[in-house]
Design a protein around this ligand. Structure first.
Ligand SMILES: Cc1cc2nc3c(=O)[nH]c(=O)nc-3n(C[C@H](O)[C@H](O)[C@H](O)COP(=O)(O)OP(=O)(O)OC[C@H]3O[C@@H](n4cnc5c(N)ncnc54)[C@H](O)[C@@H]3O)c2cc1C
Ligand code: SF4
Length: 535
């Protein structure tokens, strides 16, 4: 199979308007629409708006890195493509948070799993937040368009051993294991999606919508952070931008002023509400930054006789949904998937130090890891976290872990261990400070029941950050209206994962693409009178 071409090489040669902030920003730029960020929501918005003939400026604080820069090395990728070098955490350091920070945003480093928003989630939004424009039938055509545009198809090749073991164990216990849909074209099955796709197979925003927007005349500024939004009389009047280095440090006190008729904020959850806070946008009901959700993830490792080589092959191709749709007033639900075995990441997450850690790392070739995504936001006892600003104006996320969420983590440890033993594990290690590798299901069951479920003892991570600028049918319940506009700032919209009033209960990228495609088409209609579709 041949490697697909890097669209940026040809595009830059054709004269795409791309500015590296560190090399100097103009003082003033004007446009119809300025978009903050270049990830999932920003990419879809940029493509639709430029195709409608609007002049668009895309502002991205991270670097422009393309397939020639992707060498399947964690050390390089985390330092250059992730927020805070991959070390972002909640304030108490209880949850590691992975988010992208580069042209293409988190879609450059994501693992390509694609799910429509579960109908139960959309129904909950209607019932609790009045989102009657986001019914299953209203969203279906938008999901279908995105699936076509980004080549989303069920993974047709055999799952790698890391995923096959999840299916084997689940099926041995009578549970259904589904095949995951992925947004790839000519995928080489390398497995390094989390470090940027070196073959351009992953249909991230870097490969699809951002090049389409640049071809249609959009201007892209990277290494360029939007520091604040100026506003007066209920309207955004300018974006104040600063050039930043890859480290995030500001290059100089000089700023660029972007004057746009309309502003779309798409910096992702945590960063979008932080920008609105830094800009002192009105927040009459104190909702901004609240209800930030993470799908807190717990993990469990099984060691097998055979080699697993879980760093190789499509990272996620099998999922188990038996535990995800529990009654909303009951215990928290969780979705099970495989966790790719990137040695640096797993070495940090698996716990232990000295000889114990060395033994765990030595066993990695024979190790399979399952993860459980806890479905937060559907119950009073999982209200999510709150974004706030530190002394320098940078975002921080307080996410108190309630007993309700932590007991869900215990149940997930039990489900994962049972499945791993059913698939033939020699031993199973839940990622918990006081856990040991257990050599039988009986032993694991007793020990997990006794583990102290406390923050910092349970290893928790997240790659799915949602909420903080939630959408609702009235301003007392949300920051953003159903058409994506801010309730108090008329010419400002939010188009990213921060819109969601709960977590999704499934990997969120397709939800973000679908919702923002619908919002962008609505915005095009409002601004130009034209009807537009993604395909
Ligand atoms: C490692 C990893 C694996 C994942 N795997 C999957 C998966 O398999 N399936 C799935 O559905 N989801 C997955 N996700 C999640 C999914 O990719 C994200 O939910 C989605 O990309 C979020 O879209 P967004 O538009 O909200 O923000 P992002 O895509 O995160 O984009 C936001 C962009 O805005 C930029 N930005 C922020 N603030 C500013 C500012 N002030 N000025 C300028 N730029 C700014 C950021 O640098 C970033 O590039 C994964 C995420 C990660 C990190
Ligand atoms: S598995 Fe991921 S990194 Fe490898 S070729 Fe496919 S999309 Fe690219």
């Amino acid at each position: 199979m041949s490697k697909l071409p890097d669209p940026f090489l040809a595009g830059m040669a054709r004269g795409w308007q791309v500015t590296h902030g560190e090399r100097g920003l103009p003082e003033r730029v004007t446009c119809d629409v300025a978009i903050v960020g270049s990830g999932a929501g920003a990419g879809i918005t940029a493509e639709l708006l430029t195709r409608a003939g609007l002049s668009v400026v895309i502002l991205e604080e991270g670097p422009l890195k393309t397939s020639t820069d992707f060498h399947q090395r964690e050390s390089e990728a985390f330092a250059s493509l992730y927020q805070e070098g991959g070390a972002r955490k909640t304030t108490d350091e209880g949850i590691l948070i992975l988010q992208g920070r580069c042209v293409g945003g988190s879609t450059v480093v994501n693992w390509t799993s694609s799910f429509r928003t579960p109908p139960a989630t959309l129904a909950h939004w209607q019932q609790h937040f009045g989102l009657n424009q986001f019914t299953e039938s209203a969203m279906a055509p938008w999901f279908a368009q995105v699936e076509q545009r980004l080549n989303m198809q069920p993974w047709a090749a055999a799952p790698n051993e890391n995923n096959a073991l999840l299916r084997k164990g689940a099926e041995a216990l009578g549970m259904r294991a589904g095949v995951i849909t992925r947004n790839v074209k000519n995928c080489w099955n390398l497995g390094s999606c989390g470090m940027g796709c070196p073959t351009n197979a992953k249909q991230s925003m870097l490969i699809t919508t951002i090049p389409a927007a640049l071809d249609a005349g959009a201007r892209l500024f990277h290494h360029t952070r939007v520091q604040r939004i100026e506003h007066s009389g209920g309207k955004a009047t300018a974006l104040i931008c600063e050039a930043v280095r890859i480290s995030g440090d500001v290059v100089s006190p000089r700023t660029m002023r972007v004057v746009a008729k309309h502003v779309v904020v798409a910096g992702g959850a945590i960063n979008s509400p932080a920008l609105l806070m830094r800009s002192e946008l009105p927040d009459p009901h104190s909702l901004l930054g609240t209800r930030t959700f993470l799908h807190p993830v717990v993990m469990s490792a099984g060691v097998y006789e055979q080699r697993v080589d879980g760093w190789s092959g499509a990272p996620q191709s099998i999922h188990v949904d038996k535990f995800v749709d529990l009654a909303p007033d009951g215990p928290i639900g969780y979705k099970l998937e495989a966790q790719p075995i990137y040695p640096g990441t797993i070495g940090v997450m698996c716990g232990g130090y000295g000889p114990r850690l060395a033994e765990r790392v030595r066993a990695l070739p024979n190790t399979h890891v399952t993860l459980a995504l806890l479905r937060d936001g559907f119950h009073d006892q999982s209200p999510g976290g709150s974004v706030r600003l530190n002394f320098a104006g940078a975002a921080r996320l307080d996410y108190p872990l309630t007993d309700y969420v932590l007991e869900g983590a215990r149940r997930a440890f039990l489900s994962m261990a049972e499945i791993q033993f059913a698939a033939g594990a020699r031993s199973v290690l839940p990622f918990h400070e006081f856990a040991e590798p257990y050599t039988s299901w009986q032993r694991a069951k007793t020990a997990i029941a006794e583990l102290p479920m406390q923050p910092l003892m349970v290893t928790l991570g997240s790659a799915h950050v949602m909420g903080g600028c939630s959408m609702a049918a009235d301003e007392s319940r949300g920051v953003i209206r159903q058409d994506g506009r801010h309730w108090q700032i008329e010419n400002l919209s939010v188009h990213d994962g921060s819109l969601f009033p709960t977590s999704i209960g499934a990997n969120p990228q397709l939800s973000i693409y679908g919702v923002t495609a619908r919002l962008s088409a609505g915005l095009v209609k409002q601004l130009t009178g034209k009807d537009i579709n993604l395909v």
